[in-house]
Design a protein around this ligand. Structure first.
Ligand code: RIB
Ligand code: NA
Length: 310
């Protein structure tokens, strides 16, 4: 099997409630709309890269249940290879109850289930069947040990590794930086990892340098409506890459849209500058925040302007 992108990570079923505001502890509020969708940070990133036209496979684990079967079918419908998606009867498919308020902000609970059973052996088995792969993408919704071993194996195979340290943790093992080419957190993840505030572009630039010092090759901090900040070991000068303003409806999975797009571009447009790849990925994530749902809001290549693909 020859691939552009391999994603090692989670699959969840998103149970999304649209609410006027996020509930406080102990409070019951009325929502006005509910929907079920395909989610999980790994799956989202994988679907985004596939919809843009990358040749993609997913390494994941689902339960032997209807959510798991639907998840696999959804991968197939998105032209994603599913032979490395294992099915276990020891746990249920991951779920994510999500609340989205009228500003498009969300809060998410993730119940990992089968995702927690994805093991480094599963990753090794997949690499054993892959002849070549350009970009490997990981997050933190499966066991950290599985993610770390996936990044290591990917580097042994000379792949470009993108690591999205999400959901946020404060105690990330320093080893993760060693095997990561592109370290890609958002503001909150960066705050937890560095202990520094990230409330504007200048603070993001400072924090990016701190992360770079930990040993990865490149750091991209995503900043929502403010675009992203990039710093690399080559220049060590943080650069701000802005994005055109849009009116957000639902920002769930926007970060995943960015990471999946970036993986697509690194595999398919390696001759362009990273700054340009980030600019294009930001544009695609901006499309995703303008409609409801996670994967539901991800565009296909045919729905996007042609100048994003030349
Ligand atoms: O990043 C968004 C994703 O986080 C959702 O799809 C949900 O499943 C959680 O994993
Ligand atoms: Na959306």
């Amino acid at each position: 099997m020859e691939l552009d992108v391999l994603v090692v990570g989670s699959c969840n079923t998103d149970l999304i409630s649209y609410v006027p505001r996020l509930p406080k502890p102990g409070e019951t509020i009325h929502g006005h709309k509910f929907s079920v969708g395909f989610g999980g940070k790994g799956a989202n990133q994988c679907v985004m890269a596939a919809r843009l036209g990358a040749k993609v496979a997913m390494v994941a684990k689902v339960g032997e249940d209807s959510f798991g079967r639907d998840t696999i079918q959804n991968f197939s419908e998105n032209n994603i290879k599913t032979e490395f998606v294992g099915i276990t009867n020891a746990a249920a498919t991951g779920v994510a109850p999500i609340a989205v308020n009228t500003e498009g902000q969300n809060s998410i609970i993730v119940v990992g289930g089968a995702n927690e059973l994805l093991a480094s052996e599963d990753v090794d088995a997949a690499f054993g069947k892959i002849k070549s792969v350009k970009v490997v993408v990981c997050q933190l919704e499966v066991k950290p040990a599985t993610t770390l071993s996936a990044l290591k194996t990917a580097k042994q195979h000379r792949c470009i590794t993108i690591f999205n340290p999400a959901p946020a943790v404060s105690d990330l093992s320093p080893e993760f930086y060693k095997y990561t080419d592109i370290f890609c957190p958002n503001e909150t993840e960066t705050e937890l990892l560095t202990g520094l505030p990230v409330t504007d572009v200048d603070e993001a630039k400072k924090a990016a340098l701190v992360l770079l010092e930990r040993g990865c090759q490149k750091v991209i901090i995503t900043l929502g409506k403010d675009g992203a900040v990039l710093v690399t070991t080559e220049t060590k000068t943080p650069e701000h890459i802005p994005v055109d303003p849009v009116t957000p409806v639902d920002t769930t999975g926007a970060g995943d849209s960015f990471v999946g797009s970036l993986a697509f571009y690194l595999a398919k447009f390696p001759h362009l500058t990273l700054t340009e790849l980030i600019r294009r990925s930001n544009n695609i994530a901006a499309v995703s925040v303008q409609s409801n749902g996670t994967q539901l809001s991800y565009p296909w290549q045919k729905d996007l302007p042609n100048d994003l693909f030349i």
